[in-house]
Design a protein. Structure first.
Length: 308
């Protein structure tokens, strides 16, 4: 599906397609995919929506997840993911990059870049990963004002309000904030860093009829649950935000160690996509076929014999 062919492009905006996926009874599973090739691989695996983590985008740029990246940085990632896969993506909007006008600018920028949904969080800058200590919460009314601003700016973007209050204000505080954010115009709620099944169930019990998002990040405060387990606890969406980056970064680390140790990549070939597999993933020949001036590329099979 080369994105340059207009007939292959989705007719409905990404936000409408995201909302339609949530109207189905089963939980919506969204793996992290902040790069075009990751989006292609996730689509091939059968996923229908993606998640774009601020932590993953920051780390890919060599930066910590402390609210340092910009709207334009994120929009660049959104464009390639939307273009490559055609799938609607939920995008991490951090704290909205400022106050009401900044939030509105973010919403317009993300929507124009092709995002399907965004979530805003109720932290103060410098924000931190929701599973770390000493998060500073914004006043709930200030966060509600940001949600209302986002609602006013969006045309179709699905709007999720994230609350990090459970760690410091307990379930009561998180629920109270969530209700305020819903009144301000949020479509769904993301309770971050819940620490056990009972907390997940209790939050869902106190939010009847509300679409809820669960975060299944590794090495955080939430124990491992499957998508089916989250669904049984009352959640409509689940993300695995940084899993793809963790796996890729570990593989790159091992590759560089191997080159340094072995003098080359000869012992890592079994860990690599072949050239043919890579070209198949990115649709190389499909694009090539669109330009009659290009001669179809012959892909080398395997490695040449060792020099004598």
């Amino acid at each position: 599906m080369p994105y340059v062919i207009a007939d292959d492009l989705p007719d409905a905006p990404a936000g409408q397609r995201f909302r339609a996926l949530l109207e189905r009874p089963q939980i919506l599973r969204m793996p992290g995919a902040h790069l075009g090739i990751a989006a292609l691989l996730a689509r091939r695996a059968g996923f229908e929506a993606l998640y774009m983590s601020g932590a993953a985008m920051s780390a890919a740029m060599g930066l910590p997840d402390l609210g340092m990246i910009t709207v334009d940085d994120v929009a660049w990632h959104i464009r390639q993911v939307a273009r490559a896969s055609g799938l609607p993506a939920l995008v991490d909007g951090d704290t909205g990059y400022g106050e009401a006008l900044n939030v509105m600018h973010m919403v317009r920028s993300f929507e124009e870049a092709g995002a399907g949904a965004v979530h805003l969080e109720d932290q103060l800058l410098p924000k931190k990963c929701g599973h770390l200590n000493d998060k500073k919460l914004a006043d709930a009314r200030d966060m509600a004002a940001k949600v209302a601003a986002a609602r006013k700016a969006r045309r179709h973007l699905y709007l999720i309000a994230r609350t990090d209050a459970a760690a410091s204000e307990g379930i009561d505080g998180a629920v109270a904030r969530a209700k305020l954010y819903l009144e301000a115009g949020a479509d769904a709620i993301f309770p971050e860093a819940l620490t056990n099944a009972e907390m997940f169930r209790e939050f869902a019990r106190r939010m009847p009829g509300v679409k809820l998002l669960a975060n299944m990040t590794e090495f955080g405060r939430t124990p491992f649950f499957t998508a089916e387990e989250f669904e049984a606890m009352g959640y409509a969406m689940v993300i695995w935000p940084v899993s793809h980056l963790r796996v890729a970064a570990k593989a790159m680390e091992e590759l560089y160690d191997a080159i340094n140790r072995d003098g080359g990549t000869q012992n890592m070939l079994s860990r690599m996509q072949t050239r043919a597999e890579l070209y198949d993933t990115i649709g190389y020949h499909e694009y090539e076929a669109l330009d009659s001036t290009l001669v179809r590329t012959v892909v080398p099979q395997g490695m040449p014999d060792q020099k004598g």
